[in-house]
Design a protein around this ligand. Structure first.
Ligand code: FAD
Ligand code: MLT
Ligand code: ZN
Length: 452
């Protein structure tokens, strides 16, 4: 055993340092199977102090550290880079499993970085409260990973993304210092907000070990609505109309025929409505059954399903939530996660297929879905070789040309590091790099993520 592995074993316990290639394999491939790289070992610390020990061991030797939570990230940031100069230590946060009793007075909770979203949400629900972030990877995605990516998800239009839930963090820098701001003060105006700085930092500034999170009053879900529409413009207009009539609107999601067909094929599901449509809007409404009756004031398309009971709502949601797995079943996708100003989203969509095919060839399959309420479209392309980045660049350039962003919610990761300039100015990138150098002077945290 080299001295690094020996020192790591002293820090976290020998059984928490994995070097067996078969055990490493599961940590080294990202969820999409598009990204992989080499690691010399996996270290699994069980406390902030152990994380500090791991980081000191690596920073002293200049060994890269890739932090990994649930490994559900979709931009290659949770696994080592293929062309890395030297193999990394993969730091798994899954043993950071603190979950304190819910503070019902403040409507807050403290959770360890390795707690999954599903566990956190169930814990909050048992206290009559709700955690504001939810997404289909909820059974694996972790508190730490969702903070590091500033994850969005299906309820962003109601509660905001992860950063809006974040009241404090405990995090460890590469010099081993532990920053802890966990009092959950809703009013605390004391200089730079280091907590918020870590939201969206993608493992490049510090390792988050725990967080103090805001909770919301649990709201009963009254209805899910699936409406067949002609395309993205109609979906956006219908979203705005439902929003105007129903203040309890908590999700507004977009689907197209190509994705729906893949989901139906993968999951063996019937047509969701009376006939096929080019596109669909799925909306979820909170409130009492009486409040949901205001749906009657909305000019819903003729082919619309409204589900009031839990089973019926879940059946409609399956068509949306199973997109990611159904697409991956059909191939290794190029996943682009853009947001476009709603007023220009139809124009963007109109040019998208042409741009993809010009870059990737006529056989590319384009599958678009997403969180229409946030102007967030997930553009998935099947066909081109995983290593070929031409369609990725074409889609992201198109998004930028329409005043959009190259990352609505998944982050930059390794996938888009070379295109950060499409969404951030040279001055902003220089400032971001300066922050990174200040917090991680040895540059060992996730090299190749966020910046090339
Ligand atoms: P990982 O994948 O392990 O890591 C993601 C990034 O965070 C990496 O850069 C990693 O280095 C860093 N990181 C992880 N933990 C820490 C930590 N403790 N400290 C510092 N850095 C850390 N995303 C959305 O935003 N909205 C969605 O609706 C959504 N739906 C999804 C559905 C499916 C089926 C799948 C597979 C993914 C989905 N995602 C979605 C993407 C993914 O779930 C999120 O990006 C999530 O936040 C990743 O959490 P994780 O714990 O898996 O992090
Ligand atoms: C989703 O909204 O389902 C996700 O962000 C996952 C994806 O883009 O595949
Ligand atoms: Zn999404």
């Amino acid at each position: 055993m080299s001295s690094l592995e020996a020192d790591l074993a002293m820090t976290v316990g020998a059984e928490q340092v994995l070097t067996d290639p078969d055990l490493l394999d599961g940590y080294l491939w990202d969820w999409t199977r598009r990204y992989t790289g080499a690691a010399r070992c996996v270290a699994r610390p069980g406390s902030a102090q152990e994380v500090a020990g791991v980081l000191r061991c690596c920073a002293d030797r200049g060994v890269p550290v890739v932090t990994q939570g649930g490994n559900t990230g979709l931009v290659g940031g949770s696994v080592p880079g293929a062309g890395a100069k030297q193999p990394a230590v993969l730091l798994s946060t899954r043993r950071l499993r603190r979950l304190d009793p819910v503070d019902t007075l403040a409507a807050q909770v403290t959770a360890g970085a390795g707690v999954t979203l599903a566990e956190l949400r169930a814990h909050a629900a048992a206290a009559g409260l709700e955690y504001g972030v939810d997404l289909a990877a909820r059974d694996s995605a972790t508190v730490g990973g969702t903070i590091a990516t500033n994850a969005g998800g299906i309820n962003t239009i109601r509660y905001g993304p992860t950063r809006a839930q974040l009241l404090g963090v405990e995090a460890v820098l590469t010099d081993g210092s532990v920053l802890s701001r966990m009092a959950g003060l809703a009013a605390d105006n004391t200089g730079y907000d280091l907590t918020q700085l870590l939201a969206g930092s993608e493992g490049t500034l510090a390792v988050i070990t725990a967080a103090r999170l805001r909770l919301w009053p649990a709201e009963p879900v009254a209805a899910a609505v699936l409406a067949g529409v002609s395309g993205v413009a109609a979906a956006a207009n219908l979203y705005a109309e439902i929003r105007a009539h129903l203040p309890g609107l908590r999700a507004a999601e977009y689907l197209e025929a190509a994705g729906l067909d893949l989901v139906r094929e993968a999951a063996g599901l019937p047509l969701p409505l009376g006939r096929p449509h080019p596109a669909y809007l799925l909306a979820e409404i909170a409130g009492t059954p009486e409040q949901a009756e205001r749906l009657g004031e909305v000019a819903l398309p003729d082919d619309t399903a409204v589900a009031l009971d839990r089973g019926g709502r879940a059946a409609l949601w399956a068509y949306r939530e199973r997109h990611t797995e159904a697409i991956s079943k059909a191939g290794i996708p190029h996943k682009m996660d853009v947001a476009i100003p709603l007023g220009r989203i139809a124009e963007f969509r109109g040019e998208l297929d042409g741009a993809v095919r010009a870059a990737g060839g006529p056989d590319c399959r384009v599958i678009v879905f997403g969180h229409i309420g946030a102007g967030n479209l997930h553009v998935n392309v099947l066909g081109p070789d995983p290593a070929d980045e031409a369609v990725d660049e074409a889609v992201l350039r198109l998004a930028a040309a329409f005043g959009g962003t190259i990352s609505a919610e998944h982050g930059i990761g390794r996938a888009k590091a070379g295109l950060l300039h499409l969404s951030r100015s040279p001055g902003e990138i220089a400032a971001m790099r300066a922050v990174r150098s200040a917090l991680d002077p040895s540059g060992v945290l996730n090299p190749g993520v966020l910046f090339t």
